[in-house]
Design a protein around this ligand. Structure first.
Ligand code: G6Q
Length: 564
């Protein structure tokens, strides 16, 4: 069994090293190394990863790499690519890298090459999305499909929605792609309001085909279709088979729902939900941008997979991202990190990364089951992930980043060129991005504040009163990822970087990044409560708070005027 992180030899050395760096301002680090940017940045084609604005020196990286070696990171990477059952609690391989394997190399799960299956489904996706784009996929009344609605939640929603938004400049005019995830009927009702059933195709994306939200939405969508077409019986079944496509590992259930077997696109148990946008779950992306662009997305991810698999740990971008994050979370007590894309198209990236990271690494026991708050020594695991596009965030929460009391490492992302050039907007966007990381790093000292306020003509008393509020401590860490343009290939690269970053941290923390038992309990209690809310049975053995809320809702239901 692997030793816990806290017992690896490099762990204590890193703790001591953190003590040495305590109080050494990043300004000093930049002043003492004129080539700091060259030393702490790396490039992969047009992608630049600048990690020089961090609380680290060369020795820090050496020690972090030692820690990674002692945690057998390289062996874990090899094991993932070899299709080993890294997801121990579910007994599954973790092989999303096979979905974007653009090489001729096989990818084995349990001794079987899965690449023929992957290529078969990619072929089905191409046929389907080409037909929709060309207007040859006809609805039940013989009209072409103009709108595609993805019904899915969590991993079957966040990644595709993020990618479709990000790639809007690459989108085809038809079909328009929409997303419905929430079981709150408002989501479906508002999305369907402007659509015509005759020209709408639903993609039911559900690996299990049992998820409450998705199946509830799918049944209501089926009702909307049949009501809209005034069909039932055989005509209804025929219409459902023309207007519904399923993406699932549970084809039988999809067929029972009414999907034609040839319209059920398969995915496999070795694809985790939050890692599934590269699979048929990405059909909504391919509908929006066409299959060629979708395959470019895969190629981008494959570029990073190759880099991750082959680059030495100290020059490996996702490894560095993982180790630097771990440096702050494990050794400096940082509880969260912010993702700040200076690109409006990436507005949903923070939400996708939130699921990717928090569902993967929000774990409290080690791979062997030992609790992390047990006798072996505590350490925190997955951070809280949050963020919003710049420059909007600057006018909202950046105050806390600059002058709050918490340490929040940030990732800034920006394209050198805009996909939607407009006057000097993009220069202003980029200047803001650079200014923020510089300000976070440098801060503004008391002396600088005093001098500035005095130069403005303020009295010494006023300077004295105001100055403490105007000081910026600086020394706030940031990574910056710059890239030429946000093409499908670049987007694939960015998402894959974060996937592997999460993997690296999971390996070092010795947790299973690939299960998600934490979502189970709430699901089970929902099924218990539903019949009670519907008053099909009396309240069960709940806590006082839950009983009080049930009573409130029962009273509200009783006082509601009955529809006539
Ligand atoms: C992701 C999770 C979870 C999952 C959803 C939807 O890794 O497993 O978010 O994607 O619960 O599940 P289905 O695709 O099975 O409907």
């Amino acid at each position: 069994m692997r030793k816990p992180l806290t017992e690896l030899p490099a762990y204590d050395r890193l703790r001591a090293h953190r003590g040495e760096l305590e109080g050494v301002h990043m300004r000093t680090l930049f002043a003492s190394d004129p080539e700091r940017f060259e030393h702490f940045s790396c490039a992969l084609d047009d992608l630049l990863f600048d990690y020089s604005k961090n609380r680290l020196v060369g020795h820090t990286i050496e020690l972090l790499v030692e820690l990674a070696e002692q945690a057998h990171l390289s062996a874990a990477i090899d094991a993932m690519f070899a299709g080993k059952h890294l997801n121990l609690t579910e007994g599954r391989a973790v092989l999303h890298v096979a979905l974007r394997n653009r090489s001729e190399q096989p990818a084995y799960v349990d001794g079987r090459d899965v690449m023929p299956d992957v290529r078969r489904v990619l072929g089905q996706m191409r046929a389907l999305t080409d037909a929709i784009g060309a207007g040859t996929w006809l609805g039940a009344t013989g009209e072409r499909i103009t709108d595609v609605v993805n019904l899915g939640i969590g991993g079957s929603h966040l990644g595709p929605e993020m990618a479709v938004r990000a790639l809007r400049p690459y989108a085809r005019e038809v079909p328009r792609v929409h997303f419905v995830s929430n079981v709150d009927g408002a989501d479906l009702v508002e999305t369907l309001r402007p659509l015509r059933p005759q020209q709408t195709l639903f993609l039911v994306a559900s690996k299990t085909f049992t998820t409450l939200e998705t199946l509830t939405n799918a049944r209501s969508a089926r009702r909307w279709l049949l009501d809209g077409l005034a069909l039932s019986g055989q005509g209804g079944a025929e219409a459902v088979s023309r207007h519904f496509v399923a993406i699932t590992a549970n084809v039988d259930e999809a067929v029972r729902f009414g999907v034609a077997a040839e319209h059920a696109l398969e995915l496999w148990d070795w694809v985790g939900g939050r890692y599934s946008l590269w699979s048929a779950v990405g059909t909504s992306i391919a509908c929006a941008v066409g299959m060629d662009a979708f395959e470019e997305l895969l190629t981008g991810a494959h570029d990073i997979d190759e880099h991750f698999r082959t680059a030495p740990l100290g020059q490996n971008i996702p490894v560095l991202m993982g180790l630097i994050g771990l440096w702050y979370h494990t050794f400096w007590g940082a509880e969260s990190y912010a993702v700040l894309p200076y690109d409006q198209s990436l507005e949903r990236l923070p939400a996708h990364l939130q699921q990717l990271d928090m569902e993967s690494n929000g774990k409290r026991v080690r791979r062997g089951g030992e609790p992390l708050d047990g006798p072996l020594g505590a350490y925190g695991t997955g951070p809280i992930v949050w963020g919003a596009p710049g420059t909007n965030g600057q006018h909202a929460f950046f105050q806390l980043l600059h002058q709050g009391t918490r340490l929040i490492p940030c990732d800034f992302l920006a394209p050198a060129e805009s996909e939607r050039p407009l006057g000097d907007h993009h220069e202003k966007l980029l200047a803001s991005c650079l200014a923020q990381t510089e300000a976070l790093m440098r801060g503004r000292t008391r002396e600088e504040v005093d001098a500035a306020l005095t130069a403005e003509g303020l009295s010494p008393e006023r300077v004295e009163a105001l100055a403490p509020h105007r000081v910026f401590p600086g020394d706030r860490p940031t990574n910056t990822l710059l890239f030429r343009r946000l093409t499908p290939r670049t987007l694939g690269r960015l998402v894959a970087l974060y996937e592997h970053k999460v993997f690296v941290q999971g390996v070092l923390w010795d947790i299973n990044s690939f299960d998600q038992w934490g979502v189970e309990l709430g699901k089970a209690l929902t099924s218990d409560l539903l019949p009670e809310l519907r008053a099909e049975r009396g309240p069960g053995a709940h806590d006082g708070s839950t009983l009080g809320q049930l009573a409130y809702l029962a009273a509200a239901a009783a006082s509601r005027p009955r529809p006539r």
